[in-house]
Ligand binder design. Structure first.
Ligand SMILES: Nc1ncnc2c1ncn2[C@@H]1O[C@H](COP(=O)(O)OP(=O)(O)OP(=O)(O)O)[C@@H](O)[C@H]1O
Ligand SMILES: [Mg+2]
Length: 427
């Protein structure tokens, strides 16, 4: 009897599962018949609360509050395993033959100079401030000679940063790492004079808006102390226009219909939720917070000197998160590991590496004393010393190169430490 009972229960549950599958198949079939534009905005949600059949098709562009919460719950689990999520997304894009755009950054004969008052004149006293303003006006009218001294920060550096590869920027303090990253990201302050050429896929900086294609993560953490971590990242996402590109989704949807391919439902619902509607910044924010391990402190205030908030290491990660939510595909990150332990640094750099390798992004990351396992994650190395590039090339050849010019890495010394040490002595 017990056996009979259990087989009955099994057949009842399998019957319900069949019904659920039928229902989902019907929804998909109905979705197929919609025009491409509507199809790219309609997601099928299963386990929808308050419905017997559990399946429902919703327009992600116009969600009711209950639907929005259900959608966010549904996509929360999709991006749990970042590497797997990226691989599934890439598989979907590859299956219909869409090539994701990549960026190759070249810099040629790049010189950066600063003009500054040196010696006691450089002190910001009240007298000097007024004198500097008056002298500045007199200089512009060519009445008095310019007493500012020119300081050369980068001397005639050239190189290439390739997509699909991670580049590590190393150099002692004051070598010009921040200046090089700012110049490459197109955000050099106007007080610095730049000459030379920087191109993205052959286009010079004045042919496009660099801030849409490149993201510079600052070395300093500047935040509004009263906002929570989630609010800070969400604000950044909304200001900079985050989310997946809707036109990519439309093209995917159109090609999949032509080839009669049913997409992976989990990836499908994530992409739709991240491409349209009010919730798109929230979806991307949640994903980035999870990658950077900030989901535990997402609702804590950031804080400042007067207001106790998140820890220093978490603040550093918030600075990184603010830029990772942007649509920029060329990442320039300045000392993102300061104040972080080596295993957290490894995890963050590894997640960025997965994104760069799978989706074909471009990244230059400067790190201070990376641990050997973090160093191994990089493909290329740029070594700067006193404003000059000492080495720019693959990681595998760096030791051979320095050995050929007489610098041998001692046994049991980390390669990154060795490079940092000799870059101070080479010139
Ligand atoms: N606006 C400026 N005026 C005067 N000197 C400047 C200016 N900007 C940069 N410099 C000088 O250029 C050099 C390189 O500065 P940069 O900030 O790029 O170094 P860095 O490699 O990033 O150092 P760190 O590892 O300490 O961050 C420094 O000697 C700095 O004093
Ligand atoms: Mg710096």
């Amino acid at each position: 009897m017990r056996r009979g009972g259990s087989s009955n229960a099994f057949s009842r549950s399998s019957h319900r599962a069949d019904e659920h599958d039928d229902e989902e198949a019907l929804r998909w079939a109905a979705l197929e018949r919609l025009p491409t534009r509507d199809r790219a905005r309609t997601a099928v949600l299963d386990h929808f609360p308050g419905r017997d059949d559990g399946v429902r098709a919703v327009d992600v562009g116009r969600l009711a509050p209950g639907e929005r919460a259900a959608l966010l719950r549904r996509v929360a689990s999709v991006a749990d395993d970042h590497g797997r999520f990226l691989a599934r997304f890439k598989e979907r894009v590859d299956r219909v033959g869409i090539e994701l755009p990549t960026i190759e950054v070249r810099y040629e004969n790049l010189c950066v100079e600063a003009e500054a008052y040196v010696g006691s004149r450089g002190l910001p006293t009240i007298l000097h401030t007024y004198a500097n303003v008056l002298e500045g006006m007199a200089n512009s009218l060519h009445i008095t000679p310019n007493r500012k001294q020119k300081i050369s920060v980068l001397h005639n550096v050239s190189g290439t940063i390739k997509p699909h590869r991670m580049t590590l920027l190393l150099g002692p303090p004051g070598a010009g790492k921040t200046t090089l990253l700012l110049a490459l990201a197109g955000t050099l302050p106007s007080s610095l004079e730049m000459s030379g050429k920087i191109t993205y896929n052959g286009h010079t900086m004045d042919e496009f808006v660099p801030r849409r294609s490149a993201a510079y993560v600052s070395q300093n953490d500047l935040h509004i102390g009263e906002l929570t971590v989630r609010e800070t990242v969400n604000f950044s996402a909304k200001c900079q226009g985050s989310g997946h590109r809707f036109d990519l989704l439309m093209e995917l949807s159109r090609r999949e219909k032509e080839a009669n391919i049913k997409p992976d439902p989990e990836i499908d619902v994530y992409l739709k939720a991240a491409a349209t509607g009010e919730q798109k910044a929230e979806v991307v924010t949640n994903h980035i917070l999870k990658i950077l391990g900030l989901d535990m402190c997402a609702d804590t205030i950031v804080g400042n000197n007067m207001l106790r908030g998140i820890s220093g290491g978490q603040k550093k990660r918030v600075t990184t998160a603010e830029m990772l939510v942007t649509p920029g595909r060329a990442l320039f990150m300045d000392e993102i590991s300061t104040g972080l332990d080596s295993s957290t640094t490894f995890q963050i750099v590894n997640s960025i590496r997965q994104t760069i390798h799978i989706l074909g992004g471009t990244a230059v990351i400067s790190l201070l004393q990376p641990a050997p396992e973090t160093y191994e994650l990089f493909d290329d190395i740029i070594l700067l010393s006193d404003g000059q590039v000492v080495y720019n090339g693959p990681r595998e050849h760096v030791l051979g190169f320095f050995e050929s010019v007489g610098f041998k890495c001692p046994e049991r010394k980390g390669v990154a430490d060795f490079l940092q040490e000799i870059s101070g002595n080479v010139l």
